[in-house]
Design a protein around this ligand. Structure first.
Ligand code: NDP
Length: 434
């Protein structure tokens, strides 16, 4: 606590994990003896740096960049970069800490890290974003490498930003090191299906949870928060599996569309035109835009929070429960507050935590690294099949672990954290005090 004084969301993420680990430490005193938890809470390395750049009006701008390399026990540091004005060390540490357990849960050889900057890409021209990305990577490149640290996207970092950063990295090191970043364009080293992977995976996880109660997504009403990368492809996959997504949101409000969100129009507005969600309602006769109120007031069977941390609080959970929600799968990282999670669990709502439910993105990034290392290109079907089986494994493993350690297979929060923890802890024990 002393070392992370004031880092509120980081402490929240740590506490959530610590609450679940009691039964493991009781059964495995060797983990406590080796101070595994204390070591996991302290990142292996934290990098903070100045990112100076020049805007379109010729003014000098200064941002702060971060990369927190949390754990290399299972492989190169792996985790996204977030560009958003709310980014600070606490946010990056919380995300990096989550990544330890999530990446372990995928069963792939990837360690954990996270990074970003307090840069706000909203309203910036392509040229400004490019200059920012080039300056960012001009400092960060020395810490990266396909065997060392492999960033990807997150909020505010998509294919455009990864492209600019990859170009600058290649120029500095004078080497085409395809595996140094994931989320690349499919024409130059990216994997088919990576863009869709997190959202698709979250829906597969929701489907698997429902199946444990003999239910499915067909004919279900779904609400998704956010309208970025994760949200868009969660909506697309939910529709494919027979559900109807009737609402989504951005930071300026939400839309309700009783006919079901039109994914092609949403993609055009968000991915191509980079406009607000209000533009969707303006062009879609069945939709209504709400600048006030919450997307979680819209009645539904399944909720997929896909925007940001702590966006779904206790009051939202209470409203969703009143409206009969059956399942919640977190596409975002820690979108539900601890109080909301307790409410869902007490009400018997199936709850899939982000560590498990959104792990499809990083799992597919690991598939991209495999393809890069082998100079191979897999088909979209190959990647999606692998994603689906990885998500089923994560679901089954989380459930079995929860059952073994808590006696309640529905306790996915404990199951995911414990399963990830054991894999990392065993690797740390084997590798000695490092
Ligand atoms: P994007 O930047 O593509 O989209 C983020 C979306 O969330 C936007 O619609 C944004 O609205 C909205 N949003 C952000 N902050 C807020 C806020 N404070 N209130 C309401 N809406 C908000 O990011 P991603 O889709 O990539 O990431 C979303 C979440 O998923 C994050 O928690 C991320 O860590 C997590 N995640 C992402 C993965 C990936 O592969 N991309 C993998 C695993 C997890 P606006 O445009 O108005 O800001």
């Amino acid at each position: 606590r002393r070392r992370s004084a004031g880092e509120v969301v980081f402490q929240q993420a740590v506490e959530e994990v610590l609450h679940t680990l009691g039964p493991v430490l009781d059964r495995h005193p060797e983990y406590a003896d080796a101070h595994i938890l204390e070591r996991l809470c302290e990142p292996e390395r934290q990098i903070m740096f100045r990112v100076p750049w020049v805007d379109d009006r010729g003014r000098i701008q200064v941002n702060r960049g971060y990369r927190v390399e949390f754990s290399s026990a299972l492989g190169p540091y792996k985790g996204g970069l977030r560009f958003h004005p709310t980014v600070d060390l606490s946010v990056i540490k919380f995300l990096g800490f989550e990544q330890i357990f999530k990446n372990a849960l995928t069963g792939q050889g990837i360690g954990a890290g996270k990074g970003g900057a307090d840069f706000d890409p909203a309203g910036r021209s392509d040229a400004e974003v490019m200059r920012f990305c080039q300056s960012f990577i001009t400092e960060l490149y020395r810490h990266l490498g396909e065997h060392t640290d492999v960033p990807a996207g997150d909020i505010g970092v998509g294919g455009r930003e990864i492209g600019y950063m990859f170009g600058q990295y290649k120029r500095i090191v004078n080497r085409h090191e395809a595996g140094v970043l994931t989320g690349k364009g499919v024409g130059w080293g990216g994997s088919q299906g990576r863009t869709e992977a997190t959202g698709y995976g979250t829906v597969f996880f929701a489907r698997d949870m429902l199946a444990t109660r003999g239910q499915d997504l067909t004919g279900r009403t779904v609400v998704v928060s956010g309208s970025g990368n994760v949200a868009i492809y969660a909506i697309e996959q939910a529709h494919r599996l027979g559900a109807k997504v009737v609402a989504c949101s951005d930071s300026a409000g939400h839309v309700v569309d009783p006919d079901g969100i039109d994914v092609a129009l949403l993609r055009e507005i968000k991915e191509v035109r980079r406009e607000r969600l209000s533009a969707y309602a303006a062009e879609r006769p069945s939709a209504e835009h709400h600048a006030f109120g919450s997307v979680y007031d819209v009645p539904c069977d399944v909720v997929l929070p896909c925007a940001t941390q702590n966006e779904l609080g206790e009051d939202h959970a209470a409203a969703l429960i009143r409206n009969g929600v059956l399942a919640v799968a977190e596409g975002a990282n820690m979108p539900c507050t601890p109080g909301a999670v307790v409410r869902f669990r007490e009400a018997g709502v199936l709850f899939g935590p982000g560590k498990a439910a959104n792990a499809g993105g990083v799992a597919t990034s690991a598939l991209e690294m495999s393809q890069n290392a082998a100079r191979a290109t897999w088909s979209r079907d190959q990647v999606t099949d692998r994603l689906e089986s990885i998500m089923s494994d994560i679901h089954a493993h989380s459930r079995a672990t929860a059952d073994a350690y808590t006696g309640d297979p529905d306790d996915y929060v404990a199951g995911a954290a414990i399963a990830g923890f054991i894999r990392v802890a065993d690797a740390m024990l084997a590798q000695g005090i490092v």
